[in-house]
Every structure is written in C-alpha cells, then in structure tokens.
Write a protein that binds this ligand. Sequence first.
Ligand SMILES: CC(C)(COP(=O)(O)OP(=O)(O)OC[C@H]1O[C@@H](n2cnc3c(N)ncnc32)[C@H](O)[C@@H]1OP(=O)(O)O)[C@@H](O)C(=O)NCCC(=O)NCCS
Length: 239
Amino acid sequence: MRNVSLWSNRLALDAPCANDVAAIVDACQDPQIPRWTGSIPYPYEEDDALEYIEGVVAPGWKSGHELVWAFHIRDEAEHPNEGTLIQVPRDAADQVPGDENVGLFAGVVSLSMTSGRIASMGVWTARGARGRGYTAEACRLVLDFAFREPKESDPKDLPSGLGLSRIEWRAMVGNEASAGLAQRLGFSYEGLSRRALSTVNGRLLDVWIAGRLAGDTGEATTWPDGVTLLGQENIDTNH
Ligand SMILES: CC(C)(COP(=O)(O)OP(=O)(O)OC[C@H]1O[C@@H](n2cnc3c(N)ncnc32)[C@H](O)[C@@H]1OP(=O)(O)O)[C@@H](O)C(=O)NCCC(=O)NCCS
C-alpha cells in the first residue's frame, strides 16, 4: 500500500519521515509518552526514531499492516479549505523541508491491523500540542478514512477508505487523558483486560479496552463510574 495523506484545515497527516526525526526525539523526552504507551523506549534517542521510521513505519505502509501518520499543525491562514478532507497520495520521500503543506509536528497516530476488518488505534501527542483538540481531530481524520468503504475504481495500492468494521482502543489502566480522548471520539468502554499489554521494559499491565464500530455515531460516550478506580497497581512511580 502507498502512503496515504489526510488533511483538514488545521492538520496535515503524513507517514513520519526523516524530516520528523528531530521533533519526534524532542517530543519523546517527555516521560509521559513512554510511560503511557509502553512501546516507546526511555531514554529516547535519534537512532530510536530512525529505527522506528525505517523498521516500523516504512514496512508497515508497504504491507498495509501498520499505518502510521505524523500529524502537523498547518498554517490556517494559508490553507483556508475549512471543512474539507483532502486525501493526497504522497511518498515520504516527496516530503522536503519547508514544504508549505507541512507545518509544526504535533504527534503520531496509528492503526495496527489485527485481523480481518479490525484494527487497533494508538496515539501520542507532543506536550506543547496537547489539550487543544488537535489530537482528537487527527484521530477523527484517521477514523473517517478507516471506516470509509473503498471504491471499486480505487487503485489497488491506494484505497480511498479501508472499510473497517471495528477499531479498538487500548489504554493502560489509569490513563485518564487517553480514556477522555477515547470517550470524546465515540469509543464505547468494553472492559478491562488483565496483564494484556507488554511494555518494552518487559512489564505486563492491565488495560482498558474500548471499541468503535463502523455504524456507531462517533458522538461522545459515557464510561462507567469507577473505571478509573480499577487497577491502581498499574501506576508506575518511576516516571
Ligand atoms: C492522551 C493524549 C494523546 C491526549 O491528547 P490531547 O492533545 O490532550 O487531546 P485533545 O486536546 O484532542 O483532547 C481531546 C479530548 O481528550 C480528553 N482529555 C484530554 N486530556 C485529558 C485529561 N488529562 N483528562 C481527561 N480527559 C482528557 C478530553 O475529553 C478532550 O476533549 P475536550 O477538550 O473537548 O474536553 C495526550 O495526553 C498524550 O499524548 N499523552 C501521553 C501518551 C498517551 O497517553 N498516549 C495514549 C496511549 S493509549
């Protein structure tokens, strides 16, 4: 599969490439990112970002099994295409420094295909870009693309949608920011899986599972009271 770019008036989403390395390394100095993703090493250095781009992002897009986007904040004044979603096929190699379409790096959102038409969504956002709705917007662009049915006329390696039926959200128990975001995105709480997340440090942690189906409205959901009281043992005081 070729890299798919997604756009809104505020954001541009593209496969992370070499141009993003410095920003990714800088963002991952924030211990909250390794702490809550469990998959990002700490300390985090340039080689880690390069390995991620070459060893995970590039083969992930090629096989279609792991689709990773970096989201960038665009200059709204220069891109007043409010409300539109433009999907532009571009290879990461086309992305050059100073490309007017690519703004400030804000974070990463990904889809991992698990089986059939099911995927799992992951996200992290650079500290300075949090709390301003960019993350929710980036996730919505990806969700729209993921649930949209592809057209028969689409090039085989460049579908206009993935036609997925279910997307899962898994967060370490206690990650209230992630739970809040998932609720805002219309994911329904489905339960707690014990020791279901294996971290890069070899720890096994409990996770909250939520899901959104193709037919769901996407409106904010309410999760059961007390969800956050479970699994307090997950809280890691090392970070
Ligand atoms: C989780 C994370 C991605 C949220 O990003 P963000 O930029 O704050 O999200 P947004 O600004 O788009 O906020 C969207 C919604 O998330 C919820 N939210 C965000 N931070 C929250 C918090 N600390 N507590 C509760 N809800 C929160 C809110 O409902 C918010 O909607 P609202 O502002 O309309 O109320 C970010 O905190 C992060 O990168 N954390 C570290 C890595 C991580 O935990 N990744 C997820 C692993 S599962």
